[in-house]
Design a protein around this ligand. Sequence first.
Ligand code: ADP
Ligand code: MG
Length: 253
Amino acid sequence: MGKIIAIANQKGGVGKTTTSVNLGACLAYIGKKVLMVDIDPQGNATSGAGIEKADVEQCIYDVLVDDVAAREVIKPTKVENLYAIPATIQLAGAEIELVPTISREVRLKRALDEVKNEYDYILIDCPPSLGLLTINSLTAADAVLIPVQCEYYALEGLSQLLNTVRIVQKHLNNDLKIEGVLLTMLDARTNLGIQVIEEVKKYFQDKVYKTIIPRNVRLSEAPSHGEPIIIYDPKSRGAEVYLDLAKEVVSNG
Ligand code: ADP
Ligand code: MG
């Protein structure tokens, strides 16, 4: 039975998409069968995984709003064992279109239940909000992975996210767990990063991954080539750390 991990933080630019694409690709690289679900209307995970949005006929929108089976919209990627459900800008309407629909919070869960057995991991790249798309992701997930950027105010906004997690646990998904907190974009040249690491560890304790993602230019270049880092530059520091993270995620069970 596959494990579903929602990668969520309502702050933009903290590394959700970079982590979805590269953790997904690295898990696939070490032999796991992975499905990455893009549920952000910006569709950055879709293009980052090498899927041309112009060629996408059906996407996660059709699954959520029109009850199209997940299986019908799954696409292979350049990485063996890594599959994706793409998102296009069409998804921007879903947040509002879902409001009056029946069981609007459990649509993603029901769709993924149909394919869960066929994958070792399903990663969901959430949008930068706590709206219905993120609620659907948290409801479908076994666990949530929270990327936190190593910067001032790193913890700001996290109480809102944790509050949403608690509400989902109470009403929609009793079994939802915190998978882990991932420190991202560490700039090793400053002391600030060290302070932030300490602060986040004090708050989340053993939930913080040992693997810390540094700033790495190759990680920021890879999406424009439509390639996960493990293909774009397998020898880079970025590839190394996301591979470490993949192993840590697997060993955490
Ligand atoms: P989110 O999905 O949370 O909005 P992204 O993953 O899109 O965040 O990251 C925001 C920006 O930072 C992107 O341009 C991405 O390429 C860049 N980025 C993310 N992680 C790193 C990193 N470790 N090193 C350098 N650039 C990064
Ligand atoms: Mg993103």
